[in-house]
Write a protein that binds this ligand. Sequence first.
Ligand SMILES: NC(=O)c1ccc[n+]([C@@H]2O[C@H](COP(=O)([O-])OP(=O)(O)OC[C@H]3O[C@@H](n4cnc5c(N)ncnc54)[C@H](O)[C@@H]3O)[C@@H](O)[C@H]2O)c1
Length: 336
Amino acid sequence: MKRIAVIGTGRIGTHHARTLAREVPGVDLTVLADPAAPQLERLAAEIGVERTVRDPTQLVDDDTLDGVVITAPARLHPELIEAFAGAGKSIFTEKPLGIDVADAKRAATAAERAGIVFQVGFNRRFAESWVRAKEMVEAGSIGAVQRIHSITRDPGPYEGDPARTAPGTVFNETLIHDFDTICWLNAGSEPVDVYAVADALVRPDFRDRGFQDSAVVVIRFDNGAIATAEASFCAMYGYDLRGEVFGSVGMVRMGDPTNTAARLYDAAGLHGDTRGTDESRYHEAYRAEFAAFARRMDGETVDAPGALDGLRAQWIAAASIVSAAEGRRVGIDEVK
Ligand SMILES: NC(=O)c1ccc[n+]([C@@H]2O[C@H](COP(=O)([O-])OP(=O)(O)OC[C@H]3O[C@@H](n4cnc5c(N)ncnc54)[C@H](O)[C@@H]3O)[C@@H](O)[C@H]2O)c1
């Protein structure tokens, strides 16, 4: 049994802590760390974790811990990764590696140098239909990959605070998932350049302050494949993640905006239940990514997103930010 800590118990850290404590074999969640979360002790009591700390750096040299799950804000990921990698702990970090390429490089280098088990929270790779799609692409069922489409639309109404949303968030924190799955589905080739358009369509009142809540990115790869990724912070019908890989002999589609195949037909038309959030709709993918992390900590070889995957996705995010700002196609080499 590997002993781990969750570092950061905000929205997703709370969900992950519950999952790790209750549903992931092979790990024992022994500590929760968060300098500010008001619910830290309450959460620990709820899920049977005996120890809480306010300062996560206290845990760096803690010999009782084998690994950490980092769910602190993105800007803190590099320093936390560097600290825990330096101490030889296994690390699962939520995406992204950092908020820019320099940061992401620091994090990736620290993880690689330490030779630790290291995994990035690209949970979409563990969602059932993406897993099946990957198997089909690898088996050659769709032939040569020509196009990939990827969609992330967060459930509305949008309740975030544009004033407290870091610039580039739509690329660094939302589309980063799409960038990773696109590269994963087009394995063996590298992104060459991107063209991105972004705007504030959900909260146009914040456009003048540089806020972006909607974006479309075109990515060209060195095997000729062309991908598109699009995001919105507000889909009024629910959490909508979808994808498609189109190839020379076929196509595979992933994701479904509905929770169930059941459809209600009534006087107002045809209805499918689209309610839910990442926590409810993609819980199984989160559980599966942690199960993979636990098995990897135990010495098994399991395919999972690592440092280079985190870095590659960050290159695409960084190139997209420049492209959207300057209105031109941006080479990945420019931002690497
Ligand atoms: N994979 C996914 O689907 C997914 C979903 C949501 C969020 N995320 C990622 O998870 C991370 C956290 O997102 P969130 O929505 O939970 O944010 P959040 O703001 O709700 O929570 C962050 C928590 O970290 C705590 N914190 C601040 N400084 C800290 C430190 N030095 N050490 C430890 N904890 C610290 C804060 O007090 C807060 O409780 C982000 O990187 C985000 O992109 C991933």
